[in-house]
Write a protein that binds this ligand. Structure first.
Ligand code: FDA
Length: 415
């Protein structure tokens, strides 16, 4: 590796990626008095914040239990996130949002959204960067990164030379905040993973998370007509200790299933595994159908429509000849079978909608290679990884941004 030239513009830290984690880290480090350069190749800053939460940015979640990150985070070792999450909590971020006068409200299960627009969060982060005198090069591409272990003219363990299309710079620390692979059309790239590999950091295989699931072939044909239908369900995958379940809304689409229930379970679903869906959670279907049988001569589908959405009732009753008759003529066995099929709908997705539709990327830089206090690579001084590039993935509901803020904060205090 060639030595880092002493004539280059020198920064205490170069942060690659001006998304949620990178902006927050740069701002905090700058406000500590460090000279910080923030680089991003996209034309616009923080595109994911802009499109998040339907344009209102679900920026954190009040229900986060910082002592038990495994409740809301996925990865090979979710406990890794505990240190950072407990040192920069949802309340800390809410205090910052309040300081900037940004109106917000709670929507569902602790999820906090901006009253007005996600642009308010971006403006806040840019203002924080300005307070920290952060230099911001955007759009700017990184061509190459090199590390020089010893540098005679600097009192540090080494320095990084970052070659960009605006020229080379040098830095004592390099922060990888390049996010994941989801939504490539707004700037996602694999640079973070490539840099991690270059410096010997192990990676956990990446795959789309918080993503709609797809089904194909004849098996899906009866359900394609339900596209657009949404209903509350219990969805689960895995068995025994590995079982994971969510009570959320499910949405039928033309190609498969989406909605919060499916996005959440997608982060736990393994290819080839079945999903189990209770389409009428909290309803005692066998009892309700048998009671209806005792008092009604209506078609089964019509009686079922009092218990689940009518389009669903029609589609289910159409599946078997024994369910296409007046309910008083149906056998108890047929009604039990119908109840069972609705309460335990078993299906195996053929795949996911992929990174084009995924909200996050599962996997990433292996947490075993990083310090949980500082996010610095254990074997590579001055190299830090924060945000989604790390193998920590949150549930839907503001948990991913909270990880971005918290990991950025932990890193910024250590730079
Ligand atoms: P982030 O993706 O924010 O930033 C990475 C930055 O690195 C980008 O600006 C990118 O341009 C830059 N970059 C990438 N490659 C580069 C390269 N080669 N050179 C230079 N720069 C490069 N989460 C949540 O908590 N609440 C929510 O409401 C939502 N909503 C939501 C909606 C949608 C549609 C998506 C896709 C995602 C969400 N998320 C979310 C997830 C959340 O957006 C995500 O987890 C965070 O933005 C991750 O923050 P990072 O800073 O790690 O990556």
């Amino acid at each position: 590796m060639p030595p880092v030239s002493s004539s280059l513009p020198f920064f205490d830290a170069v942060v690659i990626g001006a998304g949620a984690a990178g902006l927050f880290c740069a701002a905090q480090a700058g406000q500590r008095g460090l000279r910080v350069l923030l680089i991003d190749h996209a034309t616009q800053v923080a595109e994911k914040i802009r499109i998040s939460g339907g344009g209102r940015c679900n920026f954190t979640n009040r229900d986060l239990d910082v002592r038990a990150p495994q409740r809301h985070y996925v990865g090979q070792n979710p406990q890794f996130a505990r240190s950072a999450l407990s040192r920069f909590t949802p309340q800390d971020f809410i205090a910052l949002v309040d300081k900037h006068g940004i109106g917000h409200h709670e929507k569902h299960k602790g999820q906090l959204f901006c009253d007005r627009s996600a642009e308010d969060i971006i403006a806040m982060l840019l203002a924080e960067c300005a307070t920290g005198h952060v230099q911001h090069w955007q759009p700017c591409s990184v061509k190459n990164v090199a590390f020089s272990p010893s540098s005679a003219d600097r009192e540090s363990a080494g320095s990084y030379q970052i070659d960009t299309d605006r020229g080379p710079v040098a830095a004592r620390s390099l922060v990888i905040a390049t996010g994941g692979l989801s939504i490539p059309k707004i700037g996602a790239s694999d640079l973070g993973y490539r840099l991690a590999r270059q410096f010997g950091l192990p990676l956990v295989a990446q795959r789309p998370g918080l993503v709609p699931l797809t089904f194909s072939g004849d098996a899906w044909a009866p359900y394609a007509q339900l596209a657009g239908l949404a209903l509350p369900v219990e969805i689960s995958t895995g068995v025994k200790k590995e079982r994971m379940a969510f009570h959320e809304d499910l949405l039928f689409t033309h190609r498969g299933l989406s909605g919060p229930a499916v996005l959440q379970i997608s982060s736990y679903w393994q290819p080839g595994q079945p999903l189990s869906i209770d389409l009428a959670p909290g309803v005692d279907l066998p009892a309700a159908l048998l009671q209806a049988k005792a008092r009604s001569r209506k078609l089964i589908a019509n009686e079922l429509a009092a218990l689940v959405p009518s389009r669903l009732a029609d589609a289910w009753a159409a599946q078997e000849a024994q369910w296409q008759r007046p309910i008083n003529e149906a056998s108890d066995k047929a009604l039990h079978l119908l109840a069972e099929r609705l309460a335990r709908w078993q299906l195996v997705p053929t795949g996911t909608e992929g990174y084009k539709k995924a909200e996050v990327t599962l996997g990433g830089v292996d947490t075993r290679a990083l310090s949980q206090q500082t996010m610095e690579a254990k074997a590579q001084p001055g190299l830090y990884c924060i945000g989604e590039v790390v193998d920590i993935t949150g549930w839907l509901g503001g948990y991913n941004f909270q990880w971005a803020w918290a990991s950025a904060h932990a890193c910024a205090q250590a730079l």
